[in-house]
Design a protein around this ligand. Structure first.
Ligand SMILES: [Zn+2]
Length: 384
């Protein structure tokens, strides 16, 4: 009998979240908690696909400092001349996003609430599609598929989830490919809105749990064995409090861009310094601010996120699990749940659920690529 590998990567399907659903995914008896990486999907997905840590593959957070005038946002500084209402409005965001795409950015990006006039300082590391060959520095799982001549297909965030699931089922039944991959960020969005106890979250979890059974059954009817890997990149922590970093910065009397450049992610405050006195004032103020802590070089190195060129920040402050930076460049309103916390927090862990044995060595996102490639080696060719 021929066989097909099906990898369903569900963003934010946390290990502890799935464990709360009684009898989660009975078709997938082999399961393993996976440690995630510090940061968001922009760093975690490349680690899954390459088997390397962020400092090695170069992708960490969505925004980093632009080097040598290479910003895809060049010229956007002129937006400072617009009235605030226009500058923060959706029409300008759509226009600027189209300009960025026209400048060749093929990866996922969103302008969120990043002050438009400050965008030229920043760069989008994800210029190419990380779900395709050539998308990630140093190669990834996709290049392995190509070099081994494996027929494969992938559906990403570009295809609505329901449509992608149907297309995946149809492909399993048709039997032309040996490797099928689906990525969905729907659960991630739902968790941000509803939190881990949300009714929609519960229904979505049941859907993902049932997906494996449907795929395996579709394969059986078509005379194909389905090797199924339900996978995630990180978990999610319910938000219990907000922390106003912007107010703490304002209280020091320092400001951007005169004294520093700053990027406020949902859980990170990152700085590139211009004035030493301002740096000392900000370091003291945020050290005293409840709800987070500075990450020194040793801490960043331990997480595989110490970048020699400091492109992602010369100083990095991280919110405690459950604390959300509000307002941030990602949003002005609080959310029910967030990730991007210390990977050691239990709710941050990702997972792998499979109907194939998971070797002991698979413990971390960076172990997934080698596991999937070993499975490819073991996959019976059969008559396709
Ligand atoms: Zn998210």
């Amino acid at each position: 009998m021929s066989a097909v590998m099906v990898v369903a990567l569900v963003d934010a399907l946390g290990w502890t979240l799935a464990a709360r659903v009684p009898g989660f995914a009975p078709a997938l008896p082999h399961r393993r908690r996976l440690d995630t990486v510090l940061g968001f999907s922009s760093g975690a997905l490349p680690t899954i696909f390459t088997g390397r840590m962020p400092a090695e593959h170069g992708r960490w957070l969505m925004y980093r400092r632009a080097a040598g005038g290479a910003s895809p946002f060049r010229g956007f500084g002129a937006t400072r001349l617009l009235p605030g209402r226009v500058r923060r409005g959706p029409r300008l965001a759509r226009l600027l996003s189209r300009v960025v795409a026209a400048r060749g950015v093929r990866g996922y990006f969103h302008l969120y609430e990043v002050p438009r006039e400050r965008l030229p300082f920043f760069d989008l590391p994800e210029r190419r599609d990380p779900f395709a060959p050539g998308g990630l520095p140093g190669g990834a799982l996709w290049e392995t598929l190509e070099s081994r001549g494996v027929t494969w297909r992938a559906w990403t965030w570009r295809t609505p989830e329901a449509e992608a699931v149907e297309a995946l089922l149809a492909s399993v039944a048709r039997g032309r490919e040996r490797f099928l991959f689906l990525y969905t960020a729907d659960l991630d969005a739902r968790l941000h809105r509803e939190g881990s106890q949300g009714a929609g979250v519960r229904r979505a979890l049941e859907g993902y749990a049932a997906l494996a059974g449907r795929e395996i059954e579709a394969g059986r009817r078509a005379g194909r064995e389905v090797w199924f890997y339900l996978l995630s990149d990180h978990g999610m922590v319910d938000v219990t409090r907000t922390v106003d970093v912007a107010a703490a910065l304002a209280a020091t009397g320092t400001r951007a861009p005169r004294d520093y450049e700053v990027f406020l992610d949902s859980t990170f405050a990152r700085f590139w310094w211009r004035a030493p006195a301002a740096r000392r004032a900000v370091e003291a103020a945020l050290a005293a601010l409840p709800g987070g802590r500075w990450l020194d070089d040793a801490a960043l190195a331990r997480e595989g996120c110490l970048f020699v060129d400091r492109a992602y920040g010369e100083s990095v402050w991280l919110a405690d699990p459950g604390a959300l930076i509000v307002p941030s460049f990602m949003g002005r309103a609080p959310l029910a749940a967030m990730h991007g916390y210390d990977p050691a927090h239990p709710d941050m862990a990702a997972g792998l659920w499979s109907n194939r044995p998971v070797p002991e060595a698979v413990r971390h996102l960076r172990d997934v690529r080698a596991h999937l490639e070993a499975e490819l080696d073991a996959l019976p060719a059969g008559a396709a």
